[in-house]
Design a protein around this ligand. Structure first.
Ligand code: NIG
Ligand code: FE
Length: 427
């Protein structure tokens, strides 16, 4: 008899997200989070083999004398967080732009002056592979400590064929070398570098970058910063259509700063996810719902750009758009690694309930990166990616903010981070 390697038992409440692996949760379905009181989950060889009440799992015959047991009395157990939108592969930082921001210089104005994304392009180009990897690993380790077990990572601080390919190769190496699973996205269309017109750079992406990235199999998704003054709806459509022909799955940064029809384009191309969407029109939201496009909302970016404007999440949920949440972790508009912070902001400013926010940060986020069969819920057959949260109930998660609620992180059945070990090291 092969017994489970690990049993987590006696959780005050366990969030399973059961039943949403086939389709992302939408509407009232976003509140159905498969709660089990006195919950338990057993894992063998990295995969979940039993889920239920502690009594049920103990009676399954899968728990034996050699099974390691972790009690979660008084705590909440949930699937690992999935962060489906980040830009974490880069070198350097941009704290120097804070004073410009506080003086009211707009984000796109800083970019136009050669700062912003273009500043990170320069610092990344100057860095060695080892430096980029070391800095990115540190960010990923912070994410892991905050409960994130799967992360989408976009290139886009290269903006030449060689530098974009370098970033994607480093993502591939990091995927093998550290704990978090990484899902790579090619985002050569992140900014137009000096010396190119928008049209010339769009041609370069279509003719040179996309075919090479596809030939080396370095990315699953292609993403575009569709924004007036960066890539127009027309350029975005050209790039994404070519990417589709080359079998990339599609994402789009849509309607972040100005309304431009990005959501409508997302629906027209049936992309997997449309992200940001602060300025999405009513027609755009209806079209996303109709096509089943996932809205990946990024409230930490709204918070950090300090414009007091957030995506219309409640209207999206009412319209039937499946909503996911992400950090948008990047050195400019969202320098954070924290999904717990995103959950708090989502409840306070997107007006999600804690249940909806957890759905958005786990199973819907997994759908947004094509991983819903592997992660995002605690169900038999799925990867053993589990969090033991040091909180007494779900409402506590968004309520007590700015701290790390994560007690233990389990990745593929292994304890990979524990707050108690960290406490001992620091005292
Ligand atoms: O999603 N919008 C474009 N890209 C990032 C920002 C990247 C940066 O400022 O470095 C975003 O917000
Ligand atoms: Fe982004």
């Amino acid at each position: 008899m092969l017994y489970a390697d690990l049993l987590i038992h006696s959780a005050q409440v366990m969030v399973t997200m059961k039943g949403h692996s086939g389709c992302p949760a939408r509407g009232e379905g976003m509140s159905e989070i498969g709660l089990i009181e006195d919950g338990a989950v057993a894992i063998r060889e990295g995969k979940i083999v039993a889920v239920g009440t502690t009594e049920e799992v103990l009676a399954s015959g899968l728990v034996g004398p050699e099974t390691r047991r972790i009690g979660a009395q008084g705590k909440v157990v949930s699937p690992g967080f999935v962060d489906p939108h980040t830009h974490v592969i880069y070198a350097g930082s941009r704290e120097n732009e804070l004073s410009l921001k506080l003086r009211g210089v707009p984000y796109l104005e800083i970019l136009k002056q050669g700062g912003g994304i273009l500043s990170t392009v320069r610092s990344t180009k100057q860095a060695t592979d080892g430096e980029i990897k070391a800095q990115t690993s540190r960010r990923l380790q912070t994410m892991l400590s905050l409960g994130t077990t799967t992360v989408e990572v976009k290139s886009g601080y290269g903006l030449t064929l060689d530098e974009e390919m370098r970033a994607l190769r480093l993502i591939k190496e990091l995927n093998h070398e550290q704990v978090i699973d990484l899902v790579p996205t090619f985002m050569g269309a992140h900014a137009v570098p000096p010396g190119f017109s928008e049209e010339e750079f769009t041609d370069y992406i279509i003719e040179d970058m996309l075919p090479n990235v596809a030939a080396e199999g370095l990315a699953e998704f292609c993403d575009v910063f569709c924004e007036p003054g960066v890539f127009s709806v027309n350029s975005s459509e050209r790039i994404l259509s070519k990417a589709k022909q080359l079998n990339f799955k599609l994402k789009i940064h849509a309607d972040e700063l100005d309304p431009a029809g990005g959501a409508e384009l997302a629906a027209k191309l049936s992309v997997t996810s449309a992200d940001h969407l602060l300025q999405a029109s009513d027609e755009g939201i209806t079209a996303l719902a109709k096509q089943g496009v996932i809205a990946v909302l990024l409230p930490a970016t709204s918070f950090n750009l300090a414009k007091n404007s957030y995506a219309r999440a409640r209207e999206m949920i009412s319209a039937g758009v499946p909503v996911a949440l992400a950090t948008d972790s990047n050195p400019g508009s969202s320098p954070t690694e924290s999904m717990p912070l995103v959950l708090t902001l989502a409840c306070l400013y997107l007006r999600l309930t804690p249940e909806e926010a957890l759905t958005a940060a786990t199973i819907n986020a997994a759908h947004a990166i094509g991983r819903a069969n592997e992660v995002g819920s605690l169900e038999v057959g799925k990867q053993g990616d589990v969090l033991i949260l040091d909180i007494p109930n779900l409402n506590y998660l968004p309520y007590h903010f700015g701290n790390n609620p994560v007690g233990t992180v389990i990745k593929r059945g292994n304890v990979v981070w524990d707050s108690k070990i960290f406490d001992r090291q620091t005292t």
